[in-house]
Design a binder for this molecule. Structure first.
Ligand code: FAD
Ligand code: EPU
Length: 294
């Protein structure tokens, strides 16, 4: 299907979702590129899913029947100018940063501007909206360290909330699924760019042992602060392979695509991990559609 324009001018195209995921897996769906709030509201008139950087997703080879919304245009722009009414030295509250902004470039830009607070999230290949939705982070910091206000859009309307309004925690914003984080204002501290860079480099060191292949990152959340990777490793599962998906020899909580892996291959490895690791672990990956929901 060639691209069509919707009633409000959103570009709509049937596309393979593998193109949008870091795992490189996922069948076709109707993708709505929403550039404005008006286009977003139209996209949400039918059942939908919201796609960010695709860096935590395992999407079925059959694709998904719902509309898949991607924030772009004005919803992927950033205004990092300090708001004079909300900023008070050393704190800077920025203008709006769109949910569709790629996080890695934003983190580099904040470092150059000498704005500290989010550098611990260096290396997370997400979009801002996706990273906020699951409060992505590392041992050195998480998204909720640097948020002032969040704008959330649902089919019922648009509202602004602060972190205090949400029940957030480790890898969890408390925002219900399919409530779309359209933009956020950041609250950061003025610091020397070299100081921010040093913290970024330190946090990045922790990634040296992570695999470099196509992957959606860690498969399971760390139960009670224990490394799920260590538990999977201790169960002897490093290097286990189903089809073209592999439990990475570098870090057992990463499943990688050796080339041509299918969602079913990844599901089989997740099942193997669940069977063999004695500790209950919550999945970090998002499965589209959820199992039993196909
Ligand atoms: P997607 O994968 O596109 O979607 C994930 C979920 O977020 C879906 O439910 C989706 O519907 C929802 N979502 C997406 N955008 C929005 C939005 N605008 N509003 C509301 N909901 C939305 N994660 C960490 O926490 N720490 C790490 O250190 C880390 N390292 C990684 C390293 C690699 C190499 C990779 C590939 C992944 C890593 N991840 C890490 C996992 C991943 O980057 C995070 O889970 C990230 O938050 C996913 O964001 P995304 O924008 O890619 O979302
Ligand atoms: N370990 C093993 N074997 C493995 C993996 C890890 O023994 O296969 C051991 C390591 O040797 C180390 C300990 O477990 O002693 C912790 O490992 P690591 O430093 O890699 O941290 P992690 O807890 O496994 C977490 C996050 C990562 C994040 C890193 C760095 C989760 C689920 N994982 O991993 O986040 O990048 O810390 O801060 O919280 C993600 O969420 O997708 C992700 C990649």
């Amino acid at each position: 299907m060639t691209a069509l324009l919707s009633r409000t001018g959103a570009r709509v195209e049937r596309l393979p979702l593998s193109r949008f995921t870091t795992l490189g897996v996922g069948g076709e769906a109707e993708v709505w590129f929403a550039e404005t709030h008006e286009q977003l509201r139209e996209a949400m008139e039918q059942p939908y899913r919201i796609l960010g950087g695709g860096s935590n997703l395992v999407i079925a080879d059959e694709g998904v029947p719902e509309r898949v919304i991607r924030l772009s245009g004005a919803l992927a722009e950033r205004d990092l100018t300090p708001d004079p009414h909300l900023s008070e030295d050393p704190w800077v509250v920025t203008g709006w940063v769109g949910g569709g902004v790629p996080l890695p470039g934003l983190i580099r830009q904040l470092q150059k501007l000498g704005l500290s607070g989010l550098e611990g999230t260096v290396g997370i290949p997400a979009q801002v909206g996706g990273a906020v939705w699951m409060n992505a982070g590392t041992r050195y910091g998480e998204m909720f360290d640097g948020l002032h206000t969040l704008e959330i859009v649902t089919p019922e309307g648009t509202r602004q909330v602060t972190p205090d309004d949400l029940n957030w925690g480790y890898r969890d914003s408390g925002i219900p699924r399919n409530h779309i984080v359209t933009r956020v204002r950041l609250k950061l501290r003025r610091a020397a760019p070299e100081e921010v860079l040093a913290k970024m480099d330190f946090a990045d060191q922790a990634r040296k042992g992570q695999p470099k292949m196509k992957t959606p990152g860690c498969a399971f959340k760390n139960p009670g602060g224990v490394s799920a990777g260590k538990l999977i490793d201790e169960a002897g599962l490093k290097g286990s392979r189903v089809g073209n998906a592999l439990i990475a020899p570098e870090h057992a909580n990463f499943i990688v695509n050796l080339g041509g892996a299918t969602a079913a291959d990844v599901h089989a490895l997740l099942g193997l991990i669940r069977d063999r690791v004695p500790v209950p672990m919550e999945l970090e990956y998002e499965l589209w559609p959820a199992p039993g929901n196909a």
